[in-house]
Design a binder for this molecule. Structure first.
Ligand code: F6R
Length: 366
């Protein structure tokens, strides 16, 4: 049931403080100083000593995988490749018993992802599943894995499953980093203490829904939109653009902010909304100058910034402030305003947000 919300998608967006907590529950305890991901235990040595992680997924789940690449490499120093499941299986990939293949799937029924796993298993890789739907085909096929415990996701556009996937991937990276000794004890402790605060911070992001709705009404008639982010926020730009496309039917593209000058900058004029995810503590100056470049061409800048920001706020047309956090956790906060922005724009344009045209919740054909 929609529990008083107009759509399942809105309900699922607003559930994220709880669903994120559910993904963490029993897997982290900052007071006692530990993180443990149960699904890794039976094959721990093989996972911790893997030569490579290969993440396979489609759509929004693939975006979660892109962020995981940054997180695993930064914290656990394990090389990661992220593949579209459909591309991976058709190109005779180099893969063997020292690789761990991680499948990300909300439904657990995505045909391309399942076929990629069949190929990887044949070649001897260990298969790890991060799935929402309990007992689904992918969950049954894997050697080991973790459920994300997001609860049923009814809206076709994935929202809460995405943030819960990120939580499990981050916990895996923290667990591995701690045990492999790739981060110091004090850094580990600092990170896990901050991670436990995320559900509360998500609540604070959600409390800005009215501001986001009013921004939506300003840009709802656009025909195109550009999303820009750097580092951890680059995949969030891709995901923000996908959300807008699939439910509002506005053409949107996500780009790494610095790539803008290599092409997309030609598109910018007074009719182009540019959504900049600018919460990065690293590279703040760079993203500030990207915003200046957009403003110099009269683009409409909607900036997602950290609380208390002054510089970008001065030049952006609209800003959405989110609580400070460590850069590695920022996607969990910065993705939420983009979900809400897409939702409100789609509703204002009269679209069927829970069941967008041409889309199905599980894609069981290849
Ligand atoms: C986008 C969306 C799709 C799915 C994709 C993979 O909002 O929902 O892009 O993310 O079809 O689905 P799962 O995660 O079920 O394998």
């Amino acid at each position: 049931e929609k529990s008083g919300y107009d759509h399942f998608m809105l309900k699922e967006i607003f559930q994220q403080d709880e669903s994120i907590y559910e993904a963490m529950r029993g897997r982290i305890n900052a007071a006692e100083g530990w993180v443990t991901v149960g699904g890794m235990q039976d094959h721990y040595n093989r996972i911790a000593n893997a030569e490579r992680f290969i993440i396979v997924a489609c759509g929004t789940s693939w975006h979660a995988g892109m962020i995981a690449e940054y997180i695993f490499e930064e914290l656990a120093r394990i090389p990661v490749e992220v593949e579209y499941a459909s591309e991976f299986r058709y190109r005779n990939p180099i893969i063997g018993p020292k690789d761990v293949v991680i499948a990300l799937s909300q439904s657990g029924e995505t045909a391309d992802t399942l076929s990629a796993l069949e190929l990887a298993k044949e070649k001897g890789a260990l298969i790890y599943g991060i799935v929402n739907n309990v007992g689904s085909s992918i969950a049954r096929f894997t050697d080991c894995g973790s459920y994300i415990h997001a609860g049923p996701e009814i809206g076709v556009a994935s929202t809460k499953a995405f943030t819960s996937q990120l939580v499990v991937l981050t916990l895996m990276a923290l667990d591995l980093a701690h045990k492999r000794g790739t981060i110091t004890k004090s850094h580990f402790q600092k990170l896990i203490s901050e991670f436990e605060l995320i559900p509360q911070k998500v609540k604070s992001v959600l409390s800005q829904a009215e501001n986001i709705k009013s921004i939506a009404s300003e840009i709802k008639s656009a025909s195109n939109a550009l999303y820009l982010g750097r580092g951890y926020n680059f995949p969030i730009a891709l995901e923000g653009a996908l959300k807008l496309k699939e439910i509002s039917y506005i053409h949107a593209e996500g780009y790494p902010a610095a790539e803008m000058k290599h092409g997309p900058i030609a598109l910018i004029d007074m009719y182009m909304p540019v959504i900049v995810i600018a919460t990065n503590k690293n590279a703040y100056e760079k993203i500030f100058s990207n915003v200046q470049e957009v403003k110099a061409r009269k683009g409409i800048v909607i900036a997602i910034v950290s609380e208390g920001d002054t510089e970008i706020k001065k030049i952006a047309d609209f800003t959405i402030e989110i609580p400070h956090t460590e850069d590695v956790f920022s996607p969990l906060l910065s993705s939420i305003p983009l979900q809400l922005l897409a939702y409100y724009i789609a509703v204002m344009r009269g679209c069927n947000v829970d069941q967008p045209r041409n889309l199905a919740k599980s894609v069981t054909v290849e």
